[in-house]
Design a protein around this ligand. Structure first.
Ligand SMILES: *[C@@H]1O[C@H](CO)[C@@H](O)[C@H](O)[C@H]1NC(C)=O
Ligand SMILES: *[C@@H]1O[C@H](CO)[C@@H](O)[C@H](O)[C@H]1NC(C)=O
Ligand SMILES: *[C@@H]1O[C@H](CO)[C@@H](O)[C@H](O)[C@H]1NC(C)=O
Ligand SMILES: *[C@@H]1O[C@H](CO)[C@@H](O)[C@H](O)[C@H]1NC(C)=O
Ligand SMILES: *[C@@H]1O[C@H](CO)[C@@H](O)[C@H](O)[C@H]1NC(C)=O
Ligand SMILES: *[C@@H]1O[C@H](CO)[C@@H](O)[C@H](O)[C@H]1NC(C)=O
Ligand SMILES: *[C@@H]1O[C@H](CO)[C@@H](O)[C@H](O)[C@H]1NC(C)=O
Ligand SMILES: *[C@@H]1O[C@H](CO)[C@@H](O)[C@H](O)[C@H]1NC(C)=O
Ligand SMILES: [Ca+2]
Length: 380
């Protein structure tokens, strides 16, 4: 009886867990009930023409794009919001992916921005050429109700409606707390944990500056400048499904803090290359581990390749956290004018061999000691 109810409870929890962290109508393909079926003209949402799944305020238009897809355009004081349920049990990290564009083209004096807010965070994303962004929303559990708000930041001078920002393709992802793998002192050294990729996201996902590795869409890494999160489906990725391309030039990159033992020796291994996105040139990258700095120059033909590098360092920080970072000193553009740069992946920090052997030897000897003590006790 007890066991049966425990099972039922478990099923209930699982049921809630799978329903949690889900957005309704995230791509706006379910139209407002009153929107004309065949019209491609922007349709102003109103009291009787609301957007399924979402609340709205201010001027919000429902758009039919040339390909037949749908999106919303946020005008003066325009905002939409939706509440989702966080994981029913343990706390999880929530990441958002979304597309932002300004439809107006080069004539627009200003395109406005999109502000994404959740209870623990806020991010401002400029609208321009269509771009896909990733953002860290927060960490929640216990089935908490989370209100996600997407608003325009337009000013009186943005009177031209064709220049207001368009939002589309919203993906919500949750990631349970990450644990260190056996063979790497870094968490998320392969960059596999970050925002979702859109199926058509040939341009990757842009990640704006994030000072704290805890509040970063690239889990456990802080972001300097802007980087592009790239997927193996659309780019050359050295390891796994995702990597980081440092795109915003001089002194931009990524940094994490490793929990290492002071005065122990470690090896930093990583791969540098290019994403097969026609980014041609000499990329200059500075890798840092603790107080050791190394410069590398990668000659890229832009056709997708990577090299493995490594160097030894000693953990010398008194605080117990050792900075590991990769910073690009070059700013490049593809012939289409897209900012691009070096790709970093597969970052591994290992204890040096000597220390590993010592650990391997200490466990059996400890067991021998325990066996000896237990045997002796039996004889007493
Ligand atoms: C919508 O377009 C389809 C084909 O393009 C047409 O058959 C249909 O009559 C149109 N409906 C309305 C309400 O205009
Ligand atoms: C919305 O519908 C109600 C009831 O049909 C009507 O009284 C009201 O005027 C409508 N509002 C607008 C803005 O059309
Ligand atoms: C949007 O926010 C308002 C007020 O903050 C809230 O009452 C409403 O339920 C929210 N809408 C949705 C769909 O969550
Ligand atoms: C608004 O912007 C569009 C596209 O940039 C332009 O074609 C149009 O002339 C502008 N309209 C006004 C009233 O400025
Ligand atoms: C507005 O966005 C367009 C892309 O649609 C871009 O060409 C233009 O430079 C942007 N204007 C400003 C002022 O940023
Ligand atoms: C990068 O920035 C530093 C100062 O922040 C500057 O001294 C250096 O010239 C810049 N390098 C390039 C290639 O722009
Ligand atoms: C690495 O390159 C940067 C930028 O060119 C330079 O400022 C720095 O001194 C170099 N560091 C080393 C260790 O060579
Ligand atoms: C680079 O992309 C081209 C197609 O765009 C593909 O044929 C080629 O195999 C890719 N190279 C690598 C190393 O992934
Ligand atoms: Ca990877």
């Amino acid at each position: 009886m007890k066991m049966a109810s425990a099972l039922v409870l478990q099923f209930l929890l699982l049921g809630f867990a799978s329903a949690a962290g889900v957005l309704q109508n995230p791509d706006f393909e379910t139209p407002p009930p009153g929107s004309p079926a065949n019209s491609t003209a922007p349709f102003l949402l109103g009291e009787n023409n609301t957007l399924p799944g979402w609340s709205f305020g201010g001027q919000v238009y429902y758009l039919t794009e040339s390909g037949g897809g749908h999106a919303v355009q946020l005008g003066q004081d325009g905002r939409i919001n939706q509440t989702f349920a966080a994981s029913a049990t343990d706390s999880a990290d929530y990441l958002l992916t979304f597309a932002v564009a300004s439809p107006g083209g080069a004539n627009c004096l200003s395109n406005g921005s999109v502000v994404i807010s959740a209870p623990d965070s806020q991010g401002v994303f400029p609208a321009g050429q269509r771009a896909v962004y990733g953002q860290f929303l927060g960490s929640w559990g216990d089935g908490e109700a989370i209100d996600l708000v997407i608003a325009s930041e337009t000013t009186e001078s943005d009177a031209n409606a064709t220049c207001w920002p368009i939002v589309d393709s919203i993906l919500l992802k949750s990631i349970a707390s990450l644990v260190k793998a056996n063979d790497n002192e870094l968490v998320n050294g392969g960059f596999e944990f970050g925002p979702d990729f859109l199926a058509d996201s040939a341009g990757g996902v842009l990640l704006q500056a994030a000072q704290s590795p805890v509040q970063s869409p690239l889990r456990q890494w802080s972001i300097l400048g802007t980087v592009k999160y790239i997927d193996a489906k659309h780019f050359f990725v050295p390891q796994g499904n995702a990597a980081v391309e440092i795109v915003s030039g001089n002194s931009s990159g990524i940094q994490t803090a490793a929990q290492l033992t002071k005065d122990s020796s470690y090896t930093l291994e990583f791969m540098l290359g290019d994403g097969n996105d026609s980014c041609i040139g000499d990329f200059e990258v500075r890798a840092q581990a603790g107080s050791v700095l190394q410069n590398y120059t990668i000659q890229s033909k832009g056709t997708g390749s990577a090299q493995k590098f490594s160097f030894k360092f000693k953990a010398d920080s008194d605080t117990g956290t050792t900075p590991i970072s990769f910073v690009s000193y070059t700013s490049s553009q593809t012939k289409d004018g897209v900012f691009c740069g070096p790709v970093v992946d597969d970052v591994v920090v290992r204890t040096s061999l000597g220390l590993k052997l010592a650990i391997q030897w200490s466990l059996p000897s400890l067991l021998l000691l325990v066996a000896y003590v237990m045997n002796n006790e039996r004889w007493i």
